[in-house]
Every structure is written in C-alpha cells, then in structure tokens.
Design a protein around this ligand. Sequence first.
Ligand SMILES: Nc1nc2c(ncn2[C@@H]2O[C@H](COP(=O)(O)OP(=O)(O)OP(=O)(O)O)[C@@H](O)[C@H]2O)c(=O)[nH]1
Length: 350
Amino acid sequence: MDHPHKKPNEVEQLKSQLLLKVAWYCLFLHAMLILVFLFVEVELLALFNIFSVATWWFGIKLLRKDYLSLALRIFSLEVTAHSIVVCLLIGTDYGFQFYLWAASCLLLLDIQLKLKQAVSWCTAIIIMFAYTYIGFIPSPYQIAYHEYAPYIHFLNVVVCGIPMIYTIGLIREITINQRKELEILAAHDSLTHLFNRRYALGLIHRAQQSCVSQKTPICVVMADIDHFKRVNDRYGHELGDEVIFRVSGQLKRHLNDADIGVRWGGEEFLLVLPNCSLIETQQRIENIRQAVEAMSFQADDLCVTMSFGIALWHPTQSFESVLKYADVALYNSKHKGRNTLTIAPESALT
Ligand SMILES: Nc1nc2c(ncn2[C@@H]2O[C@H](COP(=O)(O)OP(=O)(O)OP(=O)(O)O)[C@@H](O)[C@H]2O)c(=O)[nH]1
C-alpha cells in the first residue's frame, strides 16, 4: 500500500524536483549561518543551526524517496521553530521573523493538507510573525556588531522573499499546465486524439459560418472502418484498438489545419473540410482510402479498409441534414461492397 505521504502524480514530481533545489539552498544557508552566529558570538544559535542543517538533510532524503508531503511539513516546522528561537534570543532587529512567511509558503505547497488546515496553520504562523514585534523585544543577548542589524534585516527579507515568489510562481505554473491539460482532455478522444463529438460541434458550427460568410464551399464526410467487428473477433480487442489508432493517424496526416477530424463513434469518423470543393474533397478522400488500404499490421493477413460518404454542405442546410446525407452516402458505399466512397446526391443541388 502507498504511504499516505507519498507523492501521487507528475505535477508532484515536478514540485518535488524544484523543492529539492530549494532544500539544498536552505541547507547551505543554514551552514553559512553557523559561521555567522559564531562570528557574532551567539553560540546557542550556531548550535541550533547545526540541528537545522541536519533537519534539511533529512528532508532532502525524504524528498528523494518521494515523501514530498512529509518533507514539506518538516521543512515548515523547522523554519517556524528556527525563526521563533532566533527572535526570542536576538529580537526582531535582524529580520529573522520573515522566515515565518517562508514557512507558510512551504505549508501551502503540501496538497495532502486540507485547505482549511493549511490556511489555519498559515494564519497561526502569520499571527506569530506579527506578535514577534510586540512580545519578542528587547533582545536578551548583547550581540557583537549590532550596527550591522539593518543589513542583515535587509538580507533576510530578500532571502525570504525568494521562496514566496517561487511558491506563487510554482502554483501559477501548475495551474496553467493543469488547465491546458484539462482543455485538451475535454476536447479530444483519448484513443485517437481526434476531437470528440461534443467539442467538435462548436468548431463545426464556427467553420460553417465562416465558409458561408466567405462564400466558400465546405464538405462533410462520414467514414467507417469496414467489417471492424471481424477484426475484433478474429484478432482481439487490443489489435482492434491499434487499428482505430493507426487509421486515425492516417486521417490526421491527410487533414489540414483548418479541417476538423472527429471520432464520431467506435470505428466511425466525421471529417469536416472547410474551403474545400466537392471535387477536391473527393480527391483527398480517395487518397485517404488508398493510404488506409495500404497499411500493414503485425497480423500479415489483416487488411483494413474504409468506406466513406461525402456531402457538400449547402448554406441553407442544417448540420443534421448534411450529416444525414453523408450517412446515407456512407451506407451506399457499404452496400456497394465497401472500400469505396460515395457522394450524396443532394450535394448536386445548388
Ligand atoms: N477494439 C475496439 N472495438 C470497438 C471500439 N468501439 C467500437 N468497437 C467495435 O466496433 C464494432 C463495430 O461493428 P459494426 O457496427 O457491426 O460494424 P462493422 O463490423 O465495422 O461492419 P460494417 O460497418 O458494416 O463494415 C463492434 O464490434 C464494436 O464492439 C473500440 O474503441 N475499440
């Protein structure tokens, strides 16, 4: 069984890789801080930073083993505890309280944490940040080189700002990518990557309107793989799927950018060819027919052919009517013995 903290998908993998870089950056930062605190003679904090380096090291190990959520919680806890301890010891002059903002960002990246929980924790951390200005001064420590406090403060704000910008940027990137993926999934058939029926209807409508306004022809083609049931029965469903996939590949190869290729049903396809006359359509479909017939498969004796029904879409016709004409023409192709194309007689109307 999967560990509840184990990452589930590709997005999380990307997040994990990027976080690994941040974790290394933090590990080196804490290692540097050991020297800084020794230099300013706050040995207790130097000691705490050794503990921090060990925590980041452990977190990196967790990330490498794909325990992203657990690693994020440990990082966030470390950053929170560290900021509070530092502020308790040396006050807020040095700006270490800003690491509490970075801790919140880390928590927000943990998608296994429910939004309510994440927001509650982050709110608590930010309240703690605000409280450091009231309750954590004056500093009990007399620090050497106190005059450098504003510069360290400045540096800390910059260093903390990076994870914040980074987190928001990462969330933005993930959201954009996921939206693109969803759009593609919603528009396409998963086996053939042709448009699915529901999405294609809008495209077809727009293409037809554009052809009507430009007074250019548009053709509708129904295409169906011949005796496909036999392919499934004889060679199995898996090879049947491969046939559908390869046939779709041939269709796509012969379509232009403006054309619309749709998986209309199981082994049935709809092609809409804007700005294409009946003669041109006939020629292009004949090329597809020949290309499909010429395909070879692992099973040597398997020969795949397709039948087509072509209809010219007159501006006054509805989509339903032209589809019916193309469908009847396809039926006629099947009736004629298959592996052929038929033009709907209604196409001759002007
Ligand atoms: N492998 C596979 N088979 C499918 C898929 N979708 C539909 N089918 C099968 O396609 C077959 C279609 O058969 P029919 O409609 O009888 O038509 P046909 O055998 O192609 O005969 P004709 O159209 O008359 O040449 C059915 O057996 C369906 O189960 C699919 O996605 N994958």
